[in-house]
Design a protein around this ligand. Sequence first.
Ligand code: FDA
Length: 511
Amino acid sequence: LASSSHNHNDFLRCLSTSLPSQLVLTPSSPSFTPLLVSSIRNARLVAPATANPPLCIVTPTNASHVQAAVRCGRRHSVRVRVRSGGHDNEGLSYRSITPNSEAFAVIDLAKLHAVRVNPHEATAWVETGATTGELYYRIATAAPGLGFPASVCPTVGVGVGGIISGGGIGLMMRKYGLSADNVLDATMVDADGNLLANKKAMGDDLFWAIRGGGGGNFGIVLAWKLRLVPVPPKVTFLKIAKTMEQGAVDAVTKWQTLAPALPDDLSVRVVIQKSQANFQSLYLGNCSTVVATMRSRFPELGVTSADCKEMSWLQYTAYIYFGDAINSKPLEALLLNRSTTLGPFVKNKSDYVKKALTKETWKKIFLWPNGGGSGQLILEPHGGAMGRIAADKIPFPHRSGVLYNIQYVELWNGKQAGGDVTPTPNWIGGLYDLMTPYVSKSPRGAYVNYRDLDMGVNKVVGGVTCYQTAKVWGKRYFGPANFRRLAKIKRKVDRTDYFRNEQSIPPLPLN
Ligand code: FDA
């Protein structure tokens, strides 16, 4: 698949004969750059995306447009990257970090965002250009009493294309598992541009791979059929902050083994920032019950009924992101899928913890590097349903024995000079090194949806992604056995490695 300017022109010509012209934007269009950056919230990724832009952005309004874009790409040796919500932590849905080596086009699914809820069946079909906020809103308005386990912060526009492809963790996973555990069926376009209308057409292997094997690897998922889950009329939000002087270190030390063992209806996550621990929870029930549970199981937090708020599940999904500001906004704020405000520079990493850290270790972390840095640690408890689902049921392997996931988030105000950005300050890198002895090992686990290119970048050898190079990061995201199975499926469904990026699944070599 050699790319040249000759091919590029033929590709654009092919698109112009296959798609309505207004659905294909090239860099000469005034709307191109605004559309390219429309889903980017991480300022670190803006300059690299605009400095090496895609050949064009295709904005399909139906499946045949997606098929046509893939077929034109195949015919004229141009790769496509697919974007749903655009929240990939390294921007791989719309940027390439290997400039000039491979031209690509972006298929932006934002116009394909319909949600069809079937309240009687407790299912929904959702097109993959929808955000999780949109999904929550459509479910709750069509079928009060039903919900779906997905992201914690919906309204920043996390897309159901990416999040479900990589798993989907959130505050209902202890009760119902990941988003991907609740996928019943799907439709997709494969690497030959064929429409696979359901899981039967895909076959068991491909249907396994797309539920947690990471986005952008096997084809373009157009829609998911989801199993909806029951939610009570009122759920409870509970929030407690503790400084180090107020016992934050002791509380987090205890939380590590307590949170994964709490009733499945109760999730308590922790956000640590500036030497303070913020405990945030979702309880699928009322305030008085959760206060009683917390007082008996976690008296150190000193929870009282003044710390909790009862609300509908839909209100909760908005409240956890907007906070009290949601009181002055309509819940339709959840439908705003593309943001116009650009956040700071952000870098993320992740880990899994299987053995609780000591109080002394936590003290070091709270004070890292010298009395509290610029970053956040977000701890999501596992246990419950997460521990009961087998590690090979879908490609996401972090199940039984995991106490919690850590997301490291470094935020800073960087400068964008030319095409370069200020390098990442080293709060996150130093802390990640410090954590090595305390987190999961052989392999050190990571969550594919918190993508981190520091773990390794693919090499292309003989025209395809090198399996041995990819294994370094692949086994960390998926575990060795699941990664090998993903590579085997890749060989079967996309032998020539058409869908690829800096961390895509390689085809398994024949020997
Ligand atoms: P984006 O469009 O960038 O796609 C991500 C990857 O999936 C790319 O490789 C892309 O090509 C591919 N892809 C997209 N659509 C596809 C499709 N239709 N078919 C096949 N491949 C497709 N995660 C989580 O589990 N729980 C959480 O609570 C959060 N919260 C959160 C908040 C914020 C602010 C950010 C930035 C990220 C999260 N995440 C998260 C991580 C999130 O799940 C992850 O970044 C997802 O990949 C984002 O999906 P998008 O569709 O938005 O990304």
